[in-house]
Design a binder for this molecule. Structure first.
Ligand SMILES: [Zn+2]
Length: 441
């Protein structure tokens, strides 16, 4: 199948006119520039980008959007509200909420999501008849929407780094032991649009010897490994008190920091931590719209990049779902902190939102290049936000002014799932969201 792009981003700061993509079996087999639109080709107007990748998501947090702003508080008081929602999840309402949230993501142009999945068992911790029933709910939701998924299956064994026992709300996150987690996670089926990764939740939730076991498993089976790190100063303080080391140092000692690892947030790290992350290099996943929503702080994106760590982004708590907002926030937050502009070029930010995320989620080659998976989106350059875009500044205009609602078309594995801003597989995404959120509220 041939796709003709009025213009496309092929790397660099400029866009390229008249790009023809030849797609076969879900893969781009050739890219031709300066090509006329042949008869029978599908036309994509505006600017075509490689598929945005949302590398860190908790789909059910979508139910909390807008509901946590009246009473103030901090990350930890927000977490209590989140636990209230997690306690109400069952396979059916979870599937419906994940489907609606993934549908919102695909309307926003996200072609691939890394779902950091930790609600595994029934309230109190008893497994469902199929211990992966909740994981099935996530994979079925992604399939119904047509989005590519890496199920980052969470290991969660203790309440804090000092080994304290799980709270009642956390019981359903736990498999009881790392062996219990391994047994369950190896039974999760993979598919053409589904991969699995390991997600030890954090140094709070997984003891150091078990982190080493999980790291060894991911090396043996070439799976990605994702872990929350230093989102809050309290995690650092508890880790220092219990072990005398920062969370990042503990992960380095446990053999967790490798090329296949992604640390999420890394908001409060030391210069030594940043150097340890860059050495592997380990990828850093920033979630700026969540980090500002939860008053976490600002991670040093420029510092991570200078140390050698690739950057990617995630919508995390779903405070908003807009990849352009995530990407520009990386640079704009740095501007507020440093008083300087232009620290990360727009093209590097787009790379963070596309290829780096795909690599972090274990999907490899990604972009408008031969051999890459045929995941791409079209953006309306005639929208009120993007009218007047010049080819020489296309990336700057898109990164700093586009919004999720400028996405017109979304193609995943060569299949169009969004056309003209409408989802082709899910009618009335807003209605699905409203019903799914009401069911867990
Ligand atoms: Zn998270």
């Amino acid at each position: 199948m041939l796709w003709h792009c009025e213009s496309a981003w092929l790397g660099g700061e400029e866009s390229t006119a008249d790009v023809l993509l030849d797609v076969q079996d879900g893969t781009i087999v050739s890219v031709t520039t300066g090509a006329a639109c042949p008869a029978g080709a599908s036309r994509l107007r505006g600017l075509v980008l490689p598929g945005p990748v949302n590398a860190h998501s908790h789909a059910f947090h979508r139910a909390l959007r807008g509901r946590t702003h009246r009473t103030g508080g901090d990350f930890w008081s927000w977490r209590r509200l989140m636990y209230d929602v997690s306690a109400r999840l069952d396979p059916d309402n979870y599937r419906a909420l994940a489907k609606a949230t993934f549908a919102e993501m695909s309307l926003a142009g996200i072609t691939c999501v890394g779902e950091f999945h930790y609600v595994h068992h029934q309230r109190g911790g008893r497994p469902y008849e199929d211990p992966n029933e909740m994981g099935w709910a996530v994979t079925e939701a992604a399939a119904a929407v047509g989005i590519r998924l890496t199920l980052l299956d969470v290991c969660y064994l203790q309440a804090d780094v000092d080994g304290s026992a799980l709270t009642p709300e956390q019981q359903r996150f736990s498999d009881g032991s790392v062996d219990g987690w391994l047994e369950r996670v190896t039974a999760i089926p993979r598919g053409p649009l589904v991969r699995v990764g390991a997600a030890p939740h954090s140094v709070r939730a997984v003891p150091e010897p078990d982190l080493a076991v999980i790291a060894e498993w991911t090396r043996t089976y070439s799976q990605p490994l994702h872990i929350h790190v230093s989102e809050q100063p309290a995690e650092n303080a508890a880790c220092l008190a219990a072990t005398g080391r920062t969370p990042t140092q503990l992960l380095a000692d446990a053999g967790v920091l490798t090329l296949m690892t992604t640390v999420v947030h890394a908001t409060h790290v030391t210069a030594e931590d940043t150097a340890l992350l860059g050495r592997a290099p380990t990828t850093v996943c920033l979630c700026p719209t969540t980090e500002r929503d939860l008053a976490d702080g600002v991670g040093s994106a420029v510092g991570f990049a200078a140390a050698g760590s690739p950057l990617c982004v995630g919508s995390d708590s779903q405070a908003v779902i807009d990849m352009f907002e995530e990407l520009r926030a990386i640079e704009l937050d740095e501007r507020l902190v440093t008083g300087r502009r232009g620290l990360l070029a727009p093209a590097s930010l787009l790379a963070a939102g596309t290829a780096a995320g795909a690599t972090a989620l274990g999907w490899g080659r990604h972009g408008l290049v031969a051999g890459a998976r045929a995941d791409f989106i079209a953006i309306d350059l005639d929208s009120v936000r993007l009218a007047g875009t010049q080819r020489a500044d296309a990336t700057g205009h898109v990164v700093y002014a586009a919004s999720a609602s400028d996405v017109t078309d979304v193609v995943v594995a060569g299949r169009r799932i969004v056309e003209g801003g409408e989802h082709l597989l899910v009618d009335d995404v807003g209605g699905h969201l409203a019903r799914a959120i009401a069911a867990v509220s």
